[in-house]
Design a protein around this ligand. Sequence first.
Ligand code: PLP
Length: 384
Amino acid sequence: MSLSAFLPFTKPDIDAETIADVSLVLASGWITSGPKVAEFEAQLSALFGGRPVRAFSNGTATMEVALRLAGIGPGDEVITTAITWVATANVILAVGAKPVFVDVDPQTRNIDLAAVEAAITPRTKAIMPVYLAGLPVDMDRLYRIADQHGLRVIEDAAQAIDSHWNSQRIGSFGDLVSFSFQANKNITCAEGGCLVLNNAAEAEAVERLRLQGVVRSGLDGMDVEIPGGKFNLTDINAAIGLGQLKHLDAVTRRRAELAQAYFAAAAATGLEALGIELPPQINSLGAITNWHMFQVLLPASRLQGGRAAVMQMLRDAGIGAGVHYPALHLFSFYRDQGWREGMLSHSERIGRSILTLPLFPAMSDADPLRVCRALAASCQQLLK
Ligand SMILES: *Cc1c(COP(=O)(O)O)cnc(C)c1O
């Protein structure tokens, strides 16, 4: 099989107009944060119902700034999930707080809100839910818990641009909502992120945290009241994001179409009979995913060579697959702090068996069937 026929698990799609716009920025004499960032923030704010939005250099920086804005630091606990990208826990550690992992709901693979409630202590300051593959949690229940206990919510909505809850777009309501525009996300800036905020005062505060804490006045005035970081987005990246936003509706629609093609292909190839679990369909609660990923759970313990053997056979068939994510609490760093197997059983099973199949708008209508056939064949061969 030629390299060009390889089907990766995801692939960014930048149109020619966007490439031309990036060239214009490069030639303009102003290449870092400037008018394109302001325009990007304005368009994002419109997308999120007029709430203030500020852009950052990446989604990790965005979440760290959100935690700092919320005043979270040493001695504080933040409740989150172990089935996420390591960034979610890293930023909690970066501000000096403690990540408290609770288990996920085995059906949605998202943080279990009953477990969140049970983990609240006097030190708990915030909840950091993650919308895996773009699927929101029960947002009404999440905010009911937060209100009852006086907690901030920092939504790691990195994967959830254009996902909805009861017809409301994620980001258009809630507390602090963080998105990522990293290359693999549904909308990309190559690298970038944004934070949706509650009011102008918060927006002003994160502007300072974003750029060295500096406040300017007049032509020559400068002051620093709080130390900040260097988390600004460049106009080059913002120009990419602006070009991507034009396609948001089409991207979400195409992803949903391909997801439905996967469900049909999974039925046609008998994936469930082989012990493969499909992703949750639009669930009954009003959560609508943006299909950031199409993830199956493999019967990993019954497969000769486990998940890696399946990935190798898919690769040999010209198909890429990914692991998003191994359960975080079993990494060495967390084991050193006492986390062990058996503490978060659903997360551990999902972490061992989850597999991300190719899903991106430019793939063909026929690709889901090709992927499911290859997946079925590999499992048939490897099942013990
Ligand atoms: C992508 C991602 C991040 C981090 O975003 P970056 O832009 O890569 O820093 C955080 N959390 C989740 C769940 C992600 O998918």
